[in-house]
Design a protein around this ligand. Structure first.
Ligand code: GAR
Length: 197
């Protein structure tokens, strides 16, 4: 059984795609041990509770320094002995100590075709605004391993999505989620679960 921790900062639709994938068996031999958010108001925490999954908040606001927050985050994850950490819209830079301890065992979903529209400052809606500003015709999403850099780790899966006339950043974000993120994140977890078997 692949035990995973899902880290999310916001709505948690990618978390929901993972929960659904486990429930409908498109993700095999996997269990979500805990959902962790940096944001106490994250709807992802509600989704976790609704599905009887441990939900924890580790907020930087509760700590005097970034180091103390980083340590608390790592200690919280370590409590669960997970095999894989899944960043599903987790908008916090992963501390180096965590990257080292969980080398090749942290994956992230990013809403563009890396290496385009990624790195510092590229997250959420901002990615899609930049895509539209640039006038590119194809975008998509990427699942990759997390290393010490920002969106620089080894790519696992990518899925392209076409830009359409009249797209706004919101419309494009929704299409990228539906056609790419919610497809390739569960798929990548299933691939890792199969290898783990
Ligand atoms: C998703 O679009 C995810 O790709 C993005 O945040 C959103 C979270 O949505 N992540 C990044 O931009 C990371 N750089 P969700 O909470 O509904 O899953």
């Amino acid at each position: 059984m692949l035990k995973i921790a899902v880290l999310a900062s916001g709505g948690g639709t990618n978390l929901q795609a993972i929960i659904d994938g486990i429930n409908n068996n498109t993700i095999i031999n996997t269990e979500i041990s805990v959902v962790i958010s940096n944001n106490s108001g994250a709807y992802a925490l509600t989704r976790a509770k609704e599905n009887r999954i441990d939900a924890r908040c580790v907020s930087p606001k509760e700590f005097l320094s970034r180091e103390a927050f980083n340590q608390a985050l790592l200690e919280t994850i370590n409590l669960y002995n997970v095999d894989l950490i899944v960043l599903a819209g987790f908008l916090v830079k992963i501390p180096e100590a965590m990257v080292h301890q969980y080398s090749h065992r942290i994956i992230n979903i990013h809403p563009s075709l890396i290496p385009a529209f990624c790195g510092v400052g590229f997250y959420g809606l901002r990615v899609h605004e930049a895509v539209l500003e640039k006038g590119v015709k194809v975008t998509g999403a990427t699942v990759h391993f997390v290393d010490e850099g920002m969106d620089t780790g080894e790519i696992i899966l990518q899925q392209p999505v076409m830009i359409e006339d009249g797209d706004t950043a919101q419309i494009l974000q929704k299409r990228v989620m539906e056609q790419a993120e919610w497809v390739i994140l569960p798929k990548a977890i299933n691939m890792i679960a199969k290898e783990n078997n």
